[in-house]
Design a protein around this ligand. Structure first.
Ligand SMILES: CC(C)(COP(=O)(O)OP(=O)(O)OC[C@H]1O[C@@H](n2cnc3c(N)ncnc32)[C@H](O)[C@@H]1OP(=O)(O)O)[C@@H](O)C(=O)NCCC(=O)NCCS
Length: 156
């Protein structure tokens, strides 16, 4: 498969469900949300979901935030394997954090598998700090979840 060139960022739509869930199930395996959970998530209140699409309109990445009051949570983020390592994950995270700041969020939280050094490195480089660990949170693998927090510029 050829590597996608420039990708365009846009709001996710309900019609993106199949493409998003395809990546979700391929990438997260036993940790993946069900298609129904993903459908509900895209339609739910207090969510901001973005997708990255290639020149053919195919979704190559997605990410979403839950925003309640002054608190945000990164619900999920993934880049299709063929598109990784080109700065798209960083761009998508920055866009989600921009959305959070626009919504006057002061603190953004996320959980990441302890055995995911790429994602942990990305989050640390964006200013997230590791708060603690939920032991064996990810089942059936028994992998710890690392809880991370970022104070947004608006909150400083
Ligand atoms: C985590 C993920 C979203 C990053 O997306 P990406 O487009 O590959 O990342 P980027 O190209 O923007 O790189 C961002 C940073 O990740 C790190 N990184 C990227 N690829 C890496 C690799 N192969 N090895 C080590 N670090 C890597 C680097 O710190 C990089 O920063 P840089 O700008 O200094 O190079 C992507 O790897 C992914 O979808 N992974 C599977 C799903 C997942 O783990 N989601 C997070 C769940 S919490």
């Amino acid at each position: 498969m050829s590597r996608p060139a420039g990708l365009t960022l846009r709001d996710a739509a309900a019609s993106d469900l199949d493409a998003i869930w395809q990546i979700e199930s391929d990438v997260f395996g036993s940790d993946a949300w069900s298609r129904e959970m993903m459908r509900e998530e895209l339609a739910a209140d207090h969510r901001r979901y973005l997708v990255l699409v290639d020149v053919d309109g195919a979704v190559q990445g997605y990410g979403g935030l839950l925003i309640v009051g002054q608190e945000g949570d990164v619900q999920t983020i993934a880049i299709a394997p063929a598109a990784r390592g080109n700065g798209h994950g960083r761009r998508l995270m920055r866009a989600l954090l921009h959305e959070a700041e626009q919504a006057a969020v002061r603190e953004v939280f996320l959980e990441v598998r302890a055995d995911n050094p790429v994602a942990r490195g990305l989050y640390r480089s964006l200013g997230f700090e590791e708060l603690g660990v939920r032991p064996r949170y990810y089942q059936p693998d028994g992998v710890d979840a690392v809880i991370m927090k970022l104070e947004t510029k608006g909150g400083r």
